[in-house]
Ligand binder design. Structure first.
Ligand code: ADP
Length: 610
């Protein structure tokens, strides 16, 4: 049982811990010379408890109050910028919070849906309010006119909101609350998934933990287990009468905990929060194809990260410019996924800071709370943190490098591969024994493992590479007019039909529109999404008759070839007819990870739009 406290005075908070810090030497400094990985946990916030357990299991050295010397790893509770770090590794990417905000995520998914509608049909059709309200109303009217029996439901989610804050359901565009808040706090309006899979008659969602271990090269891991968070009122399809019942429609733990029906359980397969594996067992015993479900989830995760990487790379180069000292980054993301009745996984949102708390609050008397351990949270979250650390272990990397070097030396000496056991025996005993005592990794690598099947989707990544190349001044995230002109000139995209004056007009039109609706007003210039829109415009102009993804991939190839030629490198073009402006067709969709198209009515919407 935990210690009683008054809300706001968390015993694990940095402020309380700093009271017991000895003056003079910082805690843990004395043992700094001992071998082992060093971790600065001074900014870990609510993930501190789970981190501490993980570090104990790994026998790594924790610095709870920071350290004068650099640490190997910095564990931040909120953002990359929690500390000024110039070396080692940080558990956050710069710009991740901005990139996964509801509106930014919806925009990124929209771009991918425009390019690859079938591959990205796991994200509900979304509109951004207030700017796309007229578009939504007209599409709604058109659908209604063509099918009067159509009775959809939509969910409105304020941008930057979390824990169900400000969310409501509507049946008609006239129900959107337009007064005040929507102007100051934009929102995402989304198709509501009316037929979720139910367990014990309750709606639930899945919180899956995903490790983005590296951006370049892309490395993604998925935790084999996650959490299922349950509603606390039996589910009914939305009607005007039950639209307001949050305990029936919203699965947020932070909301349902206030329901009298919420069940705290010590078991992982009962109660209002369970492990995802317990749900899978149950589905499997009912004959569901759990293997296919996992395969669909893996596909969803990889495609979502592919949609996010272009924006992340722009932030990354701005905060950690190539060639300057800086840390490397990794990050645990929380994917919120809803299973439809037919077991198709749908992405609801991505959390940059998924809760890593392993206890919950219990109210002892009015205003006095106690932290009580939550076995379900502990089982899942400690494994995720511990195994993330194992994967980014800097000493393992050093050992690997040493192994490679010794392998090379042996190979140089004898031209024969040494006995693998020889290399293993050279590892320090302390690492081997700590590692041997641990369970097998709970994180499974999915990228680059399945890279071949998904690389054709990484078109916007290549557009972002062009954007970054012309950004010019280090530390910026927006392209100035000169940068854009240089891009057009170097790629030889202007001609008699498309003068440099027309280029300037294109730049001004698109940039102004994006800056008017953008959240980030700090910097002037063209943001990545605006550049992507301009690029798509140019591609459509040049390769009129093709599907959008072929237009875009053709223009990318053309630009890449012309830039390579300009660099004067004797680079063999990946596809031959660069000068002839020939086309490169994207390969067929992957066979392994296909899923059935639910043929949602909104597929028609998209066709109309395109
Ligand atoms: P928040 O960040 O505030 O938790 P979410 O996007 O996760 O916002 O939405 C909160 C909850 O609303 C989800 O956990 C889910 O139960 C429900 N929800 C969100 N979007 C949809 C949707 N498109 N269809 C059905 N339910 C949804």
């Amino acid at each position: 049982m935990g210690t009683p406290f008054v809300r706001g005075g968390n015993p694990a908070s940095d402020a309380n811990l700093s009271i017991i810090r000895a003056p003079g030497r910082r805690s843990g400094e004395r043992s700094a010379q001992r071998p082992g990985v060093t971790v600065d946990s001074s900014k870990a916030k609510t993930s501190l408890e789970a981190l501490k357990i993980s570090l104990r299991q790994l026998r790594w050295k924790e610095f709870p109050f920071g350290r004068r010397l650099p640490c190997d790893i910095y564990w931040h509770g909120v953002s990359f910028h929690d500390n000024n770090i110039f070396s080692g590794q940080v558990n956050k990417f710069p710009g991740m919070m901005e990139t996964v905000r509801k509106i930014t995520l919806s925009r990124a998914m929209r771009t991918m849906q425009d390019l690859f509608p079938l591959e990205y049909n796991f994200y509900p059709r979304s509109w951004i309010l207030p700017e796309e309200l007229p578009l939504f109303v007209s599409e709604f009217r058109r659908m209604k006119d063509s099918d009067p029996s159509w009775k959809p439901t939509f969910i409105v989610k304020p941008d930057g909101g979390c824990q169900g804050d400000g969310i409501y359901l509507i049946k008609d565009p006239s129900d959107i609350r337009l007064t005040g808040s929507i102007q100051s706090r934009p929102a995402v309006l989304q198709e509501y998934i009316c037929k979720p899979l139910l367990v014990d008659k309750l709606k639930f969602d899945i919180r899956l933990y995903v490790l983005l271990k590296s951006l370049e090269p892309l490395e993604i891991y998925i935790a084999k287990d996650g959490l299922s968070r349950f509603c606390t009122e039996p589910y009914q399809e939305p009607t005007l009468k039950n639209l307001h019942q949050v305990f029936m429609h919203l699965t947020n733990y932070s909301l349902n905990i206030h329901s009298g029906n919420f069940i705290h359980s010590d078991s992982v397969n009962t109660g209002s929060k369970r492990t995802f594996s317990s749900i899978l067992c149950r589905l499997s015993s009912r004959g569901a194809d759990v293997k296919k479900l996992w395969s669909d989830i893996i596909s969803l995760v990889i495609k979502t990260i592919i949609a996010l990487t272009p924006e992340l790379k722009v932030y990354y180069q701005s905060d950690i410019p190539a060639g300057k000292p800086g840390p490397t980054c990794f990050q645990i993301l929380g994917f919120d996924i809803l299973l439809m009745k037919n077991l198709k996984p749908m992405l609801l949102e991505v959390n940059a800071n998924p809760s890593m708390r392993i206890e919950h609050e219990q109210e002892l008397s009015p205003g006095v709370f106690e932290n009580v351990p939550s076995p379900v949270d502990e089982e899942v979250k400690v494994a995720v943190i511990r195994d993330t650390l194992r994967l980014v272990d800097p000493q393992k990397k050093k050992r690997k490098d040493t192994q490679c070097r010794s392998l090379e030396q042996v190979r140089d000496a004898s031209e024969e591969l040494p006995d693998a056991g020889l290399v293993a025996r050279s590892e320090p005993d302390v690492h081997r024994s700590a590692e041997a005592a641990l369970p097998s990794l709970c994180l499974k690598q999915v990228f680059p493992k399945y890279a071949k099947q998904f690389s054709y989707l990484r078109l916007v990544d290549r557009v972002a590479a062009l954007f970054i190349r012309f950004l010019g001044v280090k530390g910026t995230t927006k392209l100035g007019p000169t940068g854009f002109r240089t891009f057009i000139r170097n790629c030889k995209l202007s001609n008699s039909n498309f003068s440099m004056a027309a280029v300037d007009i294109l730049y001004i039109d698109i940039t102004r529109r994006w800056n008017n609706m953008g959240i980030d007003h700090k910097e002037s210039g063209m943001c990545l999404q605006a550049f992507v829109e301009a690029f798509f415009c140019l591609a459509q102009r040049k390769y009129k008759s093709l599907p959008l993804h072929e237009q875009v991939s053709s223009l990318i190839e053309l630009c890449e070839c012309r830039l390579a030629a300009l660099r004067g490198k004797r680079l063999v073009c990946p596809r031959e007819p660069c000068q002839a402006e020939g086309l490169h067709l994207a390969p067929a969709a992957p066979a392994l990870l296909t899923h059935t198209d639910t043929a949602s009515k909104f597929a028609d919407y998209r066709n109309h739009r395109n």
